[in-house]
Design a binder for this molecule. Structure first.
Ligand SMILES: NC(=O)c1ccc[n+]([C@@H]2O[C@H](COP(=O)([O-])OP(=O)(O)OC[C@H]3O[C@@H](n4cnc5c(N)ncnc54)[C@H](OP(=O)(O)O)[C@@H]3O)[C@@H](O)[C@H]2O)c1
Length: 396
């Protein structure tokens, strides 16, 4: 068998949940991957410097320029000779750095500039930062070369694997003629089974206690409101070019079946593995080759029960709202995402009740007149407008 050529990887958001797991995959597979560069916001410079030293990264970018002196000191302390790039432009420069794969694990709308920079430079992009695809929509898609945008979200990785059963996708064509629908699974989050009234007083601590996944704070709250699932429905529509009415969400509390594809003949193909993001990360970095022992498989020596139930749209209106926003298109998804980011922060700081998150996002979305989102300026204007409007409604 031919040895795999080593792929050089730039990890954006290296100090976060996705970033640290990506570095673990890379460290365990030195013959397959090596780190070319790392980027983070600047809140955890010691961790960033340690990562640079351990991975041998040649360049490190930090978004917060004020963190540069501390980073320089920490790099010296960890005996790393990595070059420093500073500020949002430095992060974007690293996103376009010569390498085989750029992994975008930045959280939230701040990831858009890096997604655009990586794609404009013709890089292969392993995308965890779903927000950038959702905000950028057609603008981002126009920059994608066939086979160069690889999903890291476990659901979309699962869908890609199930669709592979049809054979490799052609020029940007994932959905063959034999696909009837995509079934995106959702754990249901910590408040699954509750009515709206039963969620009126939930606290940030309760919302942060996800039953099956350990993730960064924003995506964890988004999993409790199911806004994350709403974003993922829009992500599936954009990644796989499929209409919203052919995307179904099913609640599957065990988070073992990560999504499914239903074919025209009535057959359903599912992808199953215990919840561990290192599997979809490894697949995106090594695509289309699988990385041996990327994660622990299902234990077939014990009994399992996997359950599926329809989503309660009344208790969790965020997914229906996301469908509406996705169908409106243009700047509407950017507004949904930006308003949500403001509301999540207000909730985490105790300034907005849990139910206020999606209620406020719905109000902001309803007050927005979407435009086609043909330029980055238009998208950033919509994002800024939504943030300001949400902040007014939240009361600050
Ligand atoms: N975690 C999961 O299991 C999971 C699963 C599926 C999808 N995702 C998606 O993956 C993305 C990352 O999620 P996460 O859970 O890993 O978030 P996280 O733990 O909060 O990590 C975010 C990372 O982004 C960095 N960062 C923040 N602002 C930045 C900027 N302007 N430039 C460069 N880096 C910046 C942070 O650096 P600092 O340390 O300096 O703050 C940190 O390294 C999100 O889009 C999320 O929806 C996550």
């Amino acid at each position: 068998m031919q040895p795999h050529p080593t792929r050089s990887v730039v990890v954006l958001g290296s100090t976060g949940s996705i970033g640290t797991q990506a570095l673990d995959v890379i460290a365990r597979n030195p013959q397959r991957f090596r780190v070319a560069g790392l980027a983070a916001g600047g809140r955890r410079v010691d961790l960033l410097a340690r990562q640079a030293a351990e991975s041998g990264a040649e360049v490190v970018a930090v978004a917060d320029t004020a963190a540069v002196p501390a980073l320089r000191e920490a790099l010296a302390a960890h005996r790393s000779t990595a070059r420093i790039l500073a500020g949002p432009d430095g992060v974007a420069e690293l996103a376009a750095w010569p390498c085989d794969v750029v992994l975008n694990g930045i959280d939230g709308a701040l990831g858009l500039a890096s997604t655009l920079a990586a794609l404009e430079a013709g890089r292969t992009l392993a995308l965890a930062n779903k927000e950038s695809l959702i905000m950028g929509g057609p603008l981002v898609k126009r920059l994608v070369k066939p086979g160069r945008l690889l999903p890291v979200d476990s659901e979309h990785s699962a869908l890609a694997q199930c669709l592979w059963a049809e054979g490799p996708p052609g020029e940007g064509e994932w959905i063959g003629r034999s696909v009837r629908r995509l079934v995106v699974t959702a754990s249901g989050g910590p408040f699954r089974g509750r009515s709206r009234a039963e969620m009126a007083d939930v606290t940030p601590e309760q919302a942060m206690a996800h039953p099956t996944w350990s993730m960064g704070p924003v995506v964890t709250v988004n999993s409790a409101t199911l806004v994350n699932k709403g974003l993922e429905v829009i992500e599936a529509h954009l990644l796989f070019d499929i209409e919203f009415d052919r995307i179904t969400v099913m609640v599957h509390p065990q988070s073992v079946v990560h999504s499914m594809v239903e074919f025209m003949d009535g057959s359903v193909i599912a992808q199953a593995s215990p919840p561990d993001m290192r599997l979809p990360i490894a697949l995106a970095l090594g695509w289309p080759e699988r990385v041996p022992q990327a994660a622990r498989p299902v234990d077939w020596t014990t009994a399992h029960t996997w359950t599926f139930e329809p989503l309660d749209d009344e208790a969790f209106p965020s997914v229906a709202l996301a469908r509406r926003v996705g169908m409106a298109g243009g700047t509407a998804p950017a507004v949904y995402n930006a308003a949500n980011e403001v509301c999540v922060e207000a909730f985490r700081k105790g300034r907005l009740p849990f139910l206020g998150i999606v209620d406020t996002v719905a109000k902001v979305v309803d007050q927005h007149d979407p435009t086609p989102a043909e330029s980055i300026e238009e998208i950033l204007d919509a994002d800024a407008w939504a943030r300001a409007r949400a902040a007014e409604l939240v009361g600050r």
